[in-house]
Design a protein around this ligand. Structure first.
Ligand code: GRF
Length: 190
């Protein structure tokens, strides 16, 4: 199974995938890692790991549609079986979703459909829920919507800050992402 991973930030979820592949625990080929901006640690650490990388810089395009087309072309060039949004903080267009229909996997740091959007951890804390978690799902053209594949709960502790809670969620998120990719690669899921 060939995957392309999209990142906007540090790519610690991506690192878990890289580590699992290196350890022989995950039978996928990381065809490339792409970002929507230059200078991300996610791309830097991928290059260090010897992976192909690319940047389709949002700021280089006059409008979102042009950027989306360029991103779609860049990703399609790698002919991936699955595209993983791993902390990729841009909404993609229906053109992108159509090109990778049923192949675009997203991870989100909350129990969807609760708390979608860029601040899933903060919003869960602000609401006062006692349990949140993470979700791995097939993404459609909405914001953190689409069929759910796997979820795991994480308790919110009274002393939690957004950062401490997000870090605990990310530990679970990494495990869930690697397990989901392994199951997809083994044909245990479609
Ligand atoms: C993850 O929690 C992801 O779900 C969220 O941002 C975080 C990405 O972290 N949208 P990283 O870039 O993998 O370290």
């Amino acid at each position: 199974m060939r995957i392309v991973v999209l990142v906007s930030g540090t790519g610690s979820n991506l690192q878990a995938v890289i580590d699992a592949v290196k350890a022989g625990e995950l039978d996928v080929e990381i065809a490339a890692v792409g970002a929507d901006r230059p200078g991300t640690y996610g791309v830097e650490r991928s290059a260090e790991a010897g992976l192909d990388t690319f940047v389709v810089n949002f700021k280089d395009y006059g409008d979102r549609a042009d950027w989306n087309s360029a991103l779609t072309k860049a990703v399609a060039g790698y002919e991936p079986d699955v595209v993983v949004s791993s902390g990729f903080m841009r909404i993609v267009s229906p053109e992108f979703i159509d090109a990778f229909d049923g192949k675009y996997l997203n991870t989100h740091p909350a129990l969807l459909p609760a708390f979608p959007g860029a601040h899933g951890v903060r919003d869960a804390m602000a609401y006062g829920v006692k349990v949140t978690g993470c979700t791995v799902h097939w993404a459609d053209a909405g914001v953190d919507t689409g069929p759910i594949i796997a979820q795991e709960a994480v308790e919110i502790l009274p002393e939690d800050t957004e950062d401490t809670l997000h870090e605990r969620i990310k530990v679970v998120e990494r495990r869930l992402l690697v397990r989901t990719l392994a199951e997809l690669a083994a044909g245990k899921r479609v």
